[in-house]
Design a binder for this molecule. Structure first.
Ligand SMILES: NC(=O)c1ccc[n+]([C@@H]2O[C@H](COP(=O)([O-])OP(=O)(O)OC[C@H]3O[C@@H](n4cnc5c(N)ncnc54)[C@H](O)[C@@H]3O)[C@@H](O)[C@H]2O)c1
Length: 382
């Protein structure tokens, strides 16, 4: 692999923001990406302060993302990609500004607030030969990759039933304006048509799809809004039928008292089953019909190639959220570096979530909302 390092810019991730700092940490983990430009906030003074703290040249701190896209695309040493870590409703315009100038994009999920917009971004990336990564965090975990590999090897047979859940308690009561993360997520003008299914149901959808490769054919969703005066959903159950005849059930909740970030996925096949949960992410439960359950542990030689390649430290020293995120950046950076060196790449050879998955995720949210509005009727996924 090339010794070259990529330069990237960031939109969002200003003082007090959540995911921006996670992206910055993940991007620098393997020494392949350097933060060279930013528009970290709509408030330029905050961008200047954040940029100074991060050691970025003041000439490359921009008043807004449009100026950043224009100026960076004119520089000979301009950024190779931009990371978009702003609230959902802004992703489309920001990504469009960079893609239209041929700059690749890393964008957090949900990639846009409508599938039409996601489709337009996909087409724009293709037209301008730019790469597009959507940071579905959980596909970066080595033991999720192991689960995928075991399914691919046929170790659990034909998949019959999937159970996915993501319970949280943090929105069980009205959140005040001072809680920035809560206030935009519960506002339809900023979050889009869904809060809970959009924010965390989308993670179940992607994690299941990544592990199993199953395609949804139909779904039936019931979305609830339990907290008074809240406009969007804070809990939801989704029944799924997959194209191979398997069935599934996803539950996402922000009012599940006693739960922090309880993403758990269970996959049941004709010969075995798998269980992974993000709060105990270094272990994968693997059962074969009629045998005692095995607990596979990250970092061991008995794991498959995908899990071994993304492992960083010996077993028993816990890896977690930052490492998973860093694995997504590592794979995306490897793709961009190879493209710089060889002029072109086969996207499918690089294991990071792409715009096609981002588009499917937004469609999932739309279908859930449509079904729920029709009294949880079954809707085709198409
Ligand atoms: N992958 C994951 O697991 C994960 C986790 C958390 C959040 N997210 C996603 O990341 C995104 C951001 O979420 P968050 O919780 O970090 O939000 P946040 O409110 O903590 O941070 C958003 C930041 O964007 C800035 N911003 C808003 N508009 C801007 C603009 N036009 N230009 C520059 N900066 C702007 C704000 O000032 C703030 O600094 C959302 O799309 C969310 O769904 C993903």
């Amino acid at each position: 692999m090339s010794a070259e390092v990529l330069k990237y810019g960031m939109v969002g991730g200003g003082p007090g923001a959540f995911i921006g700092e996670v992206h910055r940490t993940a991007a620098r983990f393997d020494g392949k990406n350097v933060l060279a430009a930013g528009s970290f906030s709509r408030d330029y003074q905050k961008t200047l302060k954040a940029g100074k703290d991060l050691g970025i040249d003041e000439n490359r701190l921009y008043k807004n993302y449009t100026e950043m896209a224009e100026k960076e695309s004119e520089l000979t040493d301009g950024i190779d990609f931009v990371s978009v870590v702003t609230p959902n409703h802004t992703h489309f315009k920001i990504a469009e500004a960079f893609l239209s100038r041929g700059i690749s994009v890393v964008c957090d999920k949900p990639v846009t607030t409508s599938s039409q917009e996601a489709l337009e971004l996909k087409q724009l990336a293709e037209k301008n030969d730019a790469e597009f990564c959507v940071t579905y965090t959980y596909s970066g975990y080595p033991m999720v990759k192991e689960a995928k590999e075991l399914v691919e090897k046929g170790e659990i047979g034909d998949i019959r039933v999937v159970m996915g859940e993501y319970p949280q308690e943090w929105l069980a009561e009205p959140a005040g304006e001072e809680n920035k993360q809560a206030s935009w997520r519960t506002d339809p003008n900023q979050a889009g048509i869904s809060n809970c299914i959009g924010d965390i149901g989308s993670h179940i959808e992607h994690t299941v799809s990544y592990i199993t490769g199953l395609e949804i054919s139909e779904l039936s969703a019931n979305l609830d809004t339990f907290v008074a005066d809240r406009e969007l959903d804070d809990n939801g159950e989704v029944m799924i039928k997959y194209e191979n005849g398997a069935t599934g059930m996803y539950w996402a909740s922000q009012v599940a008292v006693g739960n922090d970030n309880g993403l758990k996925v269970r996959i049941f096949g004709s010969k075995g089953s798998l269980e992974w949960s993000q709060e105990n992410p270094n272990y994968l439960y693997f059962s074969k019909l009629g045998e005692a359950t095995k607990i596979l542990s990250r970092g061991h030689d008995y794991l498959g190639n995908k899990a071994q390649k993304t492992n960083r430290i010996p077993p028993g020293h816990p890896e977690g959220y930052f490492e998973a995120f860093a694995n997504i950046y590592a794979n995306f950076s490897a793709a961009l570096l190879e493209k710089k060196e060889k002029g072109r790449i086969e996207e499918k050879d690089f294991d990071y979530p792409k715009i096609t998955e981002g588009l499917r995720g937004v469609k999932f949210i739309e279908k859930c909302v449509a079904s729920s509005k029709q009294g949880a009727s079954w809707v085709n996924f198409e």
